[in-house]
Write a protein of this length. Structure first.
Length: 356
């Protein structure tokens, strides 16, 4: 009987031990499952956080309006473009040395963009590195408010024409502006040569006055100044411009030829007056005049025949019309007018003050 009770207690102990082991294994399994779920949830939370951050960054990126002709740009649409700025002339660089900086754009008109950036000038940190702003403009635009236009031919000839006056401090600045434009445009594979024109279609800063940058077939517009009748103007010496078109490179000579030829019939109806009348033979090979423009910007016009006038009023109008017509060209700063004998034109003195 005692042995039977001892066996029964031993059997009960085994059952309890087995039951405890089962509870332990179940607890470990449950804990393991709970740990796995926590890990999976943590991974999901991290992925969601990254997606939210990426979405926020994309929403903050500058977006261009999408159209049929201009789809919204992707990262691959942006291009890096070089813009060449002159170094400061008082630095170590040569007088016409230029250095590139980088700009990025998604525009397809990269040549126009590059020149816009050149005109805008270097950024503050680039100025601290010695780069300078070569361009400034004066006066109104003659092409719809723009500062310039660019055309690139199939032969790789880029023509940049300014629409406003570009002042200059001298030949050094002229050289820097010219080199900066040429280097900026020639970085593009579609550009082999560059022609730069002022707002009148003449060669930019061409001191020769002969438009050497132009070919014979290139057309350009030139202003010719005529006075108005007293009915059209109450100012006695007022002159107003009319336009002429030519493909000649000697535009200064062409302009004075047009002035000597007088206004056209429709211009006369508007009140413009024919000023210059010649008399007698020419002393220089049948020409009516000669023009010389020095490197210093001094234009000297000498008549080859006698020029008649009916008084000081007409003489004053002729002088002003000649000066305004010649000084439209960037290569002309001052004008001297001589008669066929080499004396000052209609000076009425014997001192030739125009030659002093």
């Amino acid at each position: 009987m005692a042995n039977f009770q001892r066996k029964r207690r031993s059997h009960r102990h085994s059952i309890l031990l087995s039951l405890g082991l089962l509870l332990t294994v179940g607890g470990v399994s449950a804990c393991s499952q709970s740990t796995n779920e926590v890990g999976e949830n943590a991974t999901t939370t991290q992925t969601d956080t990254e997606n939210v951050a990426r979405t926020a960054a994309e929403s903050q990126a500058p977006q261009m309006p999408a159209t049929a002709n201009h789809p919204a740009p992707t990262h691959n649409d942006f291009k890096s473009v070089k813009v060449f700025f002159p170094e400061s002339p008082d630095g170590d660089g040569q007088i016409a040395e230029v250095e590139p900086v980088w700009r990025s754009t998604d525009r397809i008109d990269v040549a126009e963009f590059a020149i816009e950036q050149l005109i805008a000038g270097p950024r503050p940190e680039e100025k601290q590195q010695g780069l300078t702003d070569p361009f400034e403009f004066q006066g109104e635009s003659n092409c719809g408010g723009q500062n310039f236009t660019i055309g690139i031919s199939e032969q790789g000839e880029a023509t940049l024409q300014f629409c406003r006056t570009v002042p200059s401090a001298g030949v050094g600045q002229d050289a820097r502006m010219t080199k900066a434009i040429e280097k900026t445009l020639k970085q593009f594979s579609t550009v082999d040569s560059v022609t730069i024109l002022n707002q009148y279609g003449n060669c930019f800063k061409d001191l020769s006055g002969r438009n050497l940058c132009l070919k014979e077939e290139d057309e350009r517009q030139v202003k010719v100044f005529f006075p108005l009748t007293s009915e059209q103007s109450d100012r006695p010496n007022e002159v107003q411009p009319v336009w002429r078109t030519t493909d000649r490179v000697d535009v200064a000579e062409f302009a004075i030829e047009q002035l000597a030829a007088g206004p056209q019939p429709d211009e006369k109806q508007q009140g413009f007056i024919d000023l210059i009348n010649f008399d007698g033979e020419s002393i220089c090979g049948n020409q009516n005049f000669t023009i010389d423009i020095s490197e210093g910007g001094e234009a000297t016009l000498q008549f080859c025949r006698t020029v008649t006038a009916w008084g000081v009023g007409q003489e004053a109008k002729m002088k002003k019309a000649i000066r305004n017509t010649l000084q439209q060209f960037s290569t002309v700063d001052a004008v001297t007018i001589l008669d066929k004998n080499g004396d000052c034109f209609k000076s009425h003195t014997e001192r030739n003050l125009c030659l002093e």
